[in-house]
Design a protein around this ligand. Sequence first.
Ligand code: PMT
Length: 401
Amino acid sequence: MLQGKKIVLGICGGIAAYKTVSLLRLLVKAGAEVQVVMTPAAKEFITPVTLSSLSRKPVVSEFFTANTGEWHSHVDLGLWADLMVIAPATASTIGKMANGIADNMLVTTYLSAREPVMIAPAMDFDMYLHPTTRRNLATLQADGVMMVEAEAGELASGLQGKGRMAEPEVIFDHILHFFNDSKELAGKKVLITAGPTHERLDPVRFIGNYSSGKMGYALAEEFASRGAEVTLVSGPVSISTSHAGIKRVDVGSALEMDAAARSAFADCDIAVFAAAVADYRPAMAADAKIKREGVETMDIRLVRNPDIAAGCGALKREGQVTVGFALETDDGVKAAKAKLRNKNLDMVVLNTLKDAGAGFACDTNKVTIISKNDAKSFPLKPKKEVASDIVNEILHCLPNE
Ligand code: PMT
């Protein structure tokens, strides 16, 4: 699977370093040639002998080998590899990478790397959430560094929370995706909205809908697997995605989704609005839990939410492609065509709740893709395949370059 691929595997000083042994085994078994580069602190957690035995190459850690005076060229390593993976990436190394502090062989190699770089952060919960770490991670992502998100669970400190390095199999999967995914949408930026929005009534209640996010997430993964850089603006869902090409922005309400979508829209080539956005929100959200004692009926005054697809459609510039969904119960085609016009969309994906297995929550969908002069109906399929059909149709709308 990775025959002929050259990978620099950077290891920092964190307890998760022991898991990197399994990652190294997976890479070598898949045929990759791996050069391990360790920070000095990493050697406190795991011995270079283990890693050099598995990689069949001496581990590089210092600029010079003390007894022979041999110099290890970070520049040559940067030119040699097809991919650099840093796992675990500690808060300290992430900070140095984000700020260009090249005081060890690993960060120096990173700064010389011409190849793409992927990091798998690992640190304690509070360090992971610290504004400094968030800022440094955002800087690295803006610099194009791919990230395999840390996972939530029990941490070495005994605390529970996010910060655990992703499992070796998950990181390996990202590496396989990186090498094997098609690159037909490389350089394209895609915005996707997905999932429901929650409109707050009080601290314990909200108005929402049944969207699971599955359709939007399938689209995000399909675009990313074709090489696009995806911003996934997601309402509250219980599913996850781990593709390195997807930057997920979590939001709660329609107003939050609107702000996040607008900020990504200006810069994107394609936008797909798959979210089920609440059209209205309570005019007032109570600060304390609304009590029911003595209250037999209750009126809730609602005010309109912004239409995110229409708002972005109004700002659309030449060459941008926008795609909406229409979730209907009757008169689907007519309603979808009206949405195409009113929201200035290039395409509307119609799904109707009258079709069994289509629409909300299920793993399948049955869609008709409607554009100005065409309507194409597809049979019931898994959402992953529906996503592929939608992306194929979008490719026809992209301006020729
Ligand atoms: O998430 P799943 O469980 O997988 O379900 C998938 C889905 C049914 C949610 C999805 O396939 C779908 O149909 N999404 C759009 C649902 C919807 O809100 O449709 P609509 O007809 O009300 O809206 C039309 C379009 O305008 C949609 O692209 C919607 O995202 C957008 N919109 C609507 C209202 C609003 N305030 N802002 C919007 O951007």
